[in-house]
Design a protein around this ligand. Sequence first.
Ligand code: SAH
Length: 487
Amino acid sequence: MTVYLVGAGPGDPSLLTLRGAEVLAGADVVVYDRLSVTSLLDLAPADAEHISVGKQPGGPRTSQWDINALLVARGQAGQQVVRLKGGDPFVFARGGEEAAALAAAGVAFEVVPGITSAVAVPAYAGIPVTMRYSSTSFTVVTGHEDPAKGEGSVNWEAVAALGGTVVVLMGAARCRTICDRLIAAGLASDTPVAAVQWGTRPNQRTLRATLATLADLDPQPPATIVIGEVAAADLAWFENRPLFGRRMVVTRAQPQAAAMAADLRRRGAEAIELPAIAFQPPEDPDRLARTAADVGRYDWVVFTSPTGVARFFEHLHDARSLGGVRVAAIGPGTAAALAERNVIADLVPEQYVAESLLETLSNEVGPDGPGRVLIPRAETARDVLPDGLAAAGWDVDVVPAYRTVAPSPDPDAAALLAEAEVITFTSSSTVINFTDTYGTDAVPEVVATIGPVTSATARSHGLEVAVEATDHTVNGLIAALEDFFAR
Ligand code: SAH
């Protein structure tokens, strides 16, 4: 089997290459460093072994010799091994040594290049490493060797003489000596410098200075330092996104939590998935199956959640049973879940709450009077809709399609919550389960809800609601958060 030396990119998980994702998907074992993006481990099969060889702050570091031996042993054992490395595996990453060890042992290996922080981190800070006319080269140097001792292999005089852009990796700790050395070598002390910390990550921070002043700003690792004319460029885009740097907790159930988190991340937020709700089959799944098979006897099927749609269609063996049955969805998310199954909702109310659905359905009474309605939904839910329809003369069947339960508490929750600024609630049950599980004191400062029903539940649990969506959808909630932070 093969050992893959894979570049993971500088931090943003979506900067992994397609080839990197492909080999991860087939990995038996993933060997990774401390700075690796841990979410990339999820791309490996669930039963893949994870081995961290990085130095924990203050902890032991696995020696390079041990890492080489590990890769060789696992390769010889016939495993598909992914050695995940930050940035590019051959740029200041000792990938060369690992490849040499594998070659010497006769173990097949493949190199999957990655996007190096040397160019990607400046790009995320809005700094192009070259500019036509002003910066016609860029030199990438390690700042790891001590320039004051004169024993390092970096020839700083030559670097200074070359002109163009200088990109220093691993230079945060020694930035004062590096800057002094470059000034001594002839660079102007007011040469623009930018130090980009935790680049491409939600906590990216760009320090702007000159060769003379950078060290006073005390840049912290990991930082990419850019020196030269281009470092004055500020073509900001990443740090300008509307929710940049905001740490937000998503309490929806999976897989919706992951989708919402991805939407938040696209807007710059650091999204923490801490589902406060999970779905399980209803107590009597056969009843749902029977009802689905016999759905043709209803005039309407009313769906009140995407999960209800998913569970119902799992049991709908023949699409034709839906025949002329009309279909209502409580809101666009539910309608989208229907559309994914090639059913276009006949009715979506203007307001995405049960009251509005009830009112809209009341306008749908035909010449024969109110008809038969099926509502496949959560085992416990508000009775506004069935009661209201029944009161208006409809023949209503509510069939439990799923059960919502509180998932077991996440052991990392306390630490994650302590650092979070915002919590999002997309239903009353997320509020109830979350506060039951973690307590109201654990709730981050800014509470954001999808609408008035969820807000009322939050208030009844002693929470103050800072943000409430006017459009009661996940997109509406995200828009409300953007408004809130723009103010
Ligand atoms: N192989 C890596 C470099 C490893 S050396 C690559 O190609 O990117 C580690 C150095 O890379 C750090 O000290 C820092 O200078 C830089 N670096 C890595 N990740 C970074 C990040 N997210 N933000 C800023 N600099 C980073």
